[in-house]
Design a protein around this ligand. Structure first.
Ligand code: SF4
Ligand code: SF4
Length: 323
């Protein structure tokens, strides 16, 4: 049995909503089949008022063993370092976090805000929001780079805006069944099993990517064309399994005609959402994408792109999904 406590800081509750939609395994499976004891969760916790506060205090003091502390949302430091923009159970949330992480065997950050600050931390960051162990791509965050849980682990980051629910429930199963040591993390503390391949891995548009074929306008190419060249798709440089572990078991952004926004990377939202940067590929000299597919340099890209366009067969310009 593993005791899990879930707190929510500066967040939209998107990761909670995502979690409740988990399927492989579901939240019910976690409880009935995998030995997860949800002590409290913002949408599932049965206790409220004084009873809930006592439970939180018991976790914070160590009177109630805390195996896994899941944190959703940013830690708000404002105003002026007081944390009073986010009061929860009569205290600044940042003070609860400080006490709870000391008792937790394992700490999991769920969603971009908890991992790296996400949208709340975009300049001018009015709430002085920060992630648990990162601020955007800078290591440190609220806990500091050297922080480790009671089990000796750094914060396990499961990013996304929101994260796919099965990424979290599968990691919770591994943690609750004593396999924490088997979870290899990448250099951003993300489980490698989910964040080594790219969003593009498994994308149904990849043949259009190969031949540099783009839809001519946004929304036109529901089934044809690649969204990298004009519409800002970050699939070739975003680490996520979104086209391997499908959403609702059947689709993904790119399968539905929506560019990947790169939400599993610490720089998300890219270009701080400046006007003209969303759904639009940023280019140098009007021709070369500013952000290259991972591992590619601009010279090789230009040579490859020119050859691919010349070589593109007729079928690569057509709708292949005929019904
Ligand atoms: S739509 Fe995006 S993920 Fe799919 S092939 Fe094009 S760039 Fe890659
Ligand atoms: S497709 Fe891209 S933006 Fe969408 S959830 Fe996956 S990583 Fe995030």
């Amino acid at each position: 049995m593993a005791n899990v406590l879930w707190f929510q800081g500066g967040a939209c509750s998107g990761n909670t909503m995502s979690f409740l939609n988990a399927e492989e395994p579901s939240v019910v499976d976690l409880v009935t089949d995998f030995g997860i004891n949800i002590l409290w969760h913002p949408s599932l916790g049965a206790e409220f008022g004084e009873k809930a506060q006592k439970l939180f205090r018991d976790c914070a003091s160590g009177a109630l063993p805390l195996d896994i502390f899941v944190y959703e949302g940013t830690v708000m430091l404002g105003p002026n370092g007081s944390g009073r923009y986010d009061i929860f159970a009569d205290r600044p949330m940042k003070d609860w976090v400080t006490d709870l992480v000391k008792q937790a065997q394992i700490v999991v950050a769920i969603g971009d805000c908890a991992c790296w600050g996400g949208i709340p931390a975009v300049a001018p960051n009015p709430t002085d929001s920060i992630g648990l162990q990162y601020l955007r791509s800078d290591k440190g965050g609220f806990l500091g780079s050297d922080w480790r849980s009671k089990m000796g682990l750094p914060v396990i980051n499961i990013p996304g805006c929101p994260a796919h629910p099965d990424w979290l429930t599968q990691i919770l199963v591994a943690l609750a069944s004593g396999r924490a040591g088997d979870i290899a993390l990448d250099d951003l503390q993300r489980p490698k099993t989910f964040f080594t391949s790219f969003t593009q891995t498994g994308c149904t548009r990849v043949q259009f990517f190969e031949y540099k074929q783009s839809p001519s306008e946004f929304g036109q190419g529901m089934r044809t064309g690649c969204l990298f060249y004009e519409f800002g798709c970050r699939g070739p440089m975003t680490h996520s399994p979104c086209n391997r572990i499908l959403w609702n078991r059947q689709s993904s952004k790119t399968r539905a005609g929506m560019p990947c926004l790169g939400c599993t990377e610490p720089e998300f939202p890219f270009f701080d959402l400046a006007p003209g940067t969303v759904f639009k590929t940023q280019k140098v000299s009007g021709a070369v994408p500013k952000d290259m597919p991972a591992g590619m340099d601009p010279i090789s890209y230009m040579a490859l792109a020119a050859a691919a366009r010349v070589a593109a067969p007729e079928w690569s310009k057509e709708d292949m999904f005929v019904v």
